[in-house]
Design a protein around this ligand. Structure first.
Ligand code: SF4
Length: 659
């Protein structure tokens, strides 16, 4: 079969008219293709304000969902990011299973409800049934403040569960369903996430929750469509594969054996060592392995670690992380495996979720809202991460906003009074003591609440995104900027998009994280401490983006990319009889994303923050590119511009389009 004949089922959720309709589309290979089709052609969202209802929220599963292959049941959201202004992707582990129950491949939320609404979707053997239940804003915010002892999304999920659980009764038993919902930050900021939990046997499966964090998908759901939550589930519905049945292990084993020389279970097991438990490291999961191996390259104190010598960085890692933050994690979670290891909700040998009580410990949130803001104690970090999750933030983004606010307070660009605080935090590597973890946690929680509930004008500005906020605060506090001699933006690391969009990087000291590419903030780049001549580096970042898109378009968990990038095209061919050149296909997707961004006014532009430039060239020195480092020391601006332009020029040549 040719790709253009491949048929998929779509559910259109019209929240203006409170109804759903089913449609069929042809030639859409995966959720990224679906999102681009909607945003570029069907709804042309680039023509409208980012919070217009035309900014539809698209979601979808990959073509391998419903098979026996682990890591294939992901739900991938696409939308126009309120942060970057461009096309964006964010996904949830196990989140695709409910779409299988509905018997659909993709969905799209269109229109805007007159008042906040909860969307209930189910298939109890009679096809898709939909209901729309209003939840007035005052009541919603009362629930966010507290319900059954919980706050934010945890309060809301409890409320929704109690109110609607019985809608999911079938034959006297509860079918499995998921709640996808937003927290208060989705309504007040541009970087709200979508929270999702699994409801099994009528109860919350604690630890199997996940977040579509990056890019502001939650803000799109709330502010463009007035949707509070979607509940989706139903009786198990088997997906059919038109060519060969990928639900049959014999079929999938044949493919894995032919491509990788080992059966599927072995390939998946081998590819996910880091995420389960790596004996060579003595830890497991993203937190355990990254915190063990990053060592002197760990990112601390709002990036201030990049200015320290190697020995000093190593000393900080040893005393604060190895001997405390990581030690606690290993003693509490790794030593108690396997009962502290969970999956995201789908059967998977990686069991990547490392759980302590109700807290799930992943690297990015526990770095962003832990070590990065001067918290090296698990109990304190748990409080902060849990509050940030509950309030519905993208943890990586808000962690960097808080770290930035902390440094602005230290420097006197902001005062405690501006934020209703009674003291100044400490993220100064020279004077830092581990006991400051609790003070920093207490202040971080106040800032989290201040932004989520827009408690004053400064908090309101901070919710608008880091770069926008920096520009506004520089105007508002001109005198302080002059006195301190540093602009607000110069304490931030970000990739600028358009006139005021940005993306704050993942928690690595990685020049690839701020290079001018169509999508930043995820892993579609080189995201470790690497550097190269700009043309070579552009090639590396480009190649990585193409390969990462295999996972996004395939609806595959990227923790399985070790086999996914090799076997995915063959599996699609065997299951559907469709032969796809994935490299070429993903290159086209990236090109379309770039074209979309240009139309939406979210083109890349030159770094306009000093710390971003420092972040790039200190990393260059770290990995031995001393010539570039010396050049930058002599003339930072000109060196950065030369590097940026040469990188961009090569990348556009590879992509075949300017962006
Ligand atoms: S690696 Fe983790 S997130 Fe990915 S499918 Fe497995 S359990 Fe889910």
């Amino acid at each position: 079969m040719k790709l253009e004949n491949l048929e998929s089922k779509v559910l259109v959720i019209d929240v203006t008219n409170l109804n759903v309709r089913e449609e069929k589309v042809k030639g859409i290979l995966g959720p990224i293709s679906w999102g681009l089709h909607c945003h570029l052609e069907k709804y042309e969202s680039f023509k409208y304000d980012v919070f217009d209802e035309h900014n539809v929220l698209c979601a979808g599963i990959g073509k391998l969902a419903g098979s026996v292959i682990p890591g294939t049941q992901r739900l991938v959201f696409t939308f126009r990011s309120p942060i970057t202004g461009g096309f964006y992707i964010s996904s949830l582990g196990g989140g695709g299973i409910p779409l299988l129950a509905l018997g659909i491949d993709y969905l799209v939320v269109e229109g805007r409800a007159r008042e906040p609404v909860v969307v209930l979707l189910k298939n109890l053997g009679k096809g898709v049934e939909a209901a729309f239940e209003p939840l007035p804003r005052e009541e919603l915010f009362r629930i966010y403040r507290e319900y059954r002892g919980e706050i934010g999304v945890y309060a809301l999920e409890r409320y929704l569960l109690e109110k609607y659980r019985d809608q999911y009764l079938y034959d006297g038993r509860y079918v499995t369903f998921r709640i996808y919902c937003v927290g208060p930050a989705a309504w007040s900021t541009r970087y709200g996430m979508i929270f999702s939990s699994v409801i099994r046997n009528g109860e919350i499966d604690v630890g199997a929750e996940d977040f579509a964090g990056r890019g502001g998908a939650g803000s799109v759901l709330a502010r463009c469509h007035n949707v509070v939550a979607m509940l989706i589930g139903g009786v198990e519905s088997k997906r059919t594969f038109p060519a060969s049945d990928l639900r049959d292990v014999k079929v999938t084993d044949d493919v894995f054996n032919s491509v990788m020389g080992k059966p599927m279970s072995k390939a998946a097991f081998d590819a996910t060592v880091k995420y389960r438990y790596d004996p060579s490291v003595g830890s497991g999961g993203t937190f355990g392995v990254n915190m063990s191996t990053l060592k002197e390259k760990s990112v601390l104190f709002n990036w201030k670690s990049i200015y320290l010598g190697k020995e000093e960085r190593l000393r900080l890692w040893e005393s604060l992380i190895r001997d405390h933050y990581l030690k606690q994690f290993n003693e509490e979670i790794i030593a108690n495996k396997p009962k502290t290891f969970k999956t995201c909700g789908e059967p998977c040998p990686a069991v990547c979720k490392k759980v302590w009580g109700k807290y799930k410990k992943d690297y990015e949130p526990y770095a962003a809202l832990g070590s990065f803001i001067g918290i090296f104690d698990q109990r304190e970090a748990e409080k902060v991460v849990h509050t940030a999750d509950a309030l519905g933030y993208d943890a990586i983004y808000i962690g960097q906003v808080i770290a930035w606010v902390f440094e602005c307070l230290e420097k006197g660009l902001l005062t405690p009074k501006d934020l209703g605080l009674d003291k100044v935090p400490c993220i100064d590597p020279e004077n830092y003591r581990i006991e400051y973890s609790s003070m920093n946690a207490e202040l971080a929680i106040k800032v989290l609440e201040g932004i989520a509930y827009a408690l004053n004008d400064v908090y309101k500005v901070l919710g608008d995104g880091a770069r926008r906020a920096a520009y506004i605060l520089e105007e508002k506090f001109k005198d302080r900027v002059a006195k301190v001699g540093t602009r607000f933006r110069d304490l931030l690391v970000y990739t600028p998009y358009g006139k005021d969009g940005d993306m704050l990087p993942t928690m690595y000291w990685a020049p690839g994280n701020v290079m001018p590419i169509p999508i930043q903030g995820k892993y579609l780049t080189v995201y470790h401490t690497e550097f190269a001549e700009p043309e070579e580096f552009a090639q590396k970042c480009f190649t990585r983006a193409i390969k990462e898109l295999y996972s996004e378009e395939g609806g595959l968990c990227r923790f399985h990319r070790g086999w996914g990038e090799k076997v995915l095209p063959k599996l699609i061919e065997v299951g559907y009889g469709v032969k796809v050149n994935m490299d070429e296909h993903c290159r086209e997707l990236l090109k379309k994303i770039a074209e979309y961004n240009v139309k939406a006014g979210a083109s890349v532009c030159f770094w306009d923050s000093r710390r971003t430039i420092d972040y790039v060239f200190t990393a260059a020195k770290e990995v031995g590119f001393t010539t570039w480092f010396e050049k930058y020391r002599r003339d930072p601006e000109a060196t950065a511009r030369e590097y940026w332009e040469r990188f961009y020029s090569k990348y556009t040549e590879l992509l075949g389009v300017k962006f």
